[in-house]
Design a protein. Structure first.
Length: 163
């Protein structure tokens, strides 16, 4: 009998950016491939709606250059949030450093402030994310919503405020 080997995905660099992979249980969880991120970003720049996705642009913490990545917005009681399934992703580190950015889709752009929620406040937003962003669920692996909420310290959540 052969045992399936699971390779732990450490944060790797693709195109100069950290991918921030991880492992949950026995399943390697990886961020979307770089080609998919670039494709989604191109669609969003042209104004093509992709579910709840917007293009988040933040100044790089080391380079100072503008960096963009697609993110999904979650609505909870009228407030907007962004959930990160990979805490070591470059965009998360940039948001933590900059605390501000721009959300855009096509010609519509909005300057925003981004405030990271304390761990104890993340549960309801994580549950809402799992309900509202069906495509994003795969980045949490085969965990139940309760397991994801219990591990909320792994998943940064940012409140989006109009600047």
């Amino acid at each position: 009998m052969r045992r399936a080997r699971v390779r732990q995905c450490h944060s790797t660099r693709v195109g100069g950016r950290s991918t921030g992979g991880g492992i949950l249980g026995n399943v390697a969880v990886k961020p979307p491939p770089a080609w998919m991120v670039r494709l989604n970003a191109a669609f969003l720049r042209r104004g093509v709606p992709l579910g709840s996705q917007y293009l988040l642009t933040v100044r790089g913490r080391r380079s100072g250059e503008l960096r963009s990545t697609p993110v999904s917005l979650v609505l909870v009681e009228g407030d907007r949030y962004i959930v990160a399934a990979f805490s070591e992703a470059a965009w998360v580190k940039n948001v933590r450093a900059a605390e501000a950015g721009t959300l855009s889709r096509g010609r519509h752009a909005e300057s925003v402030s981004l405030v990271e929620l304390p761990v104890e406040e993340r549960g309801p937003v994580l549950r809402a994310f799992l309900e509202q962003v069906r495509g994003g669920v795969r980045f949490f692996g085969p965990q139940t919503p309760d397991a994801i909420v219990a591990a909320r310290e792994r998943y940064p959540v940012f409140r989006v405020l109009s600047a």
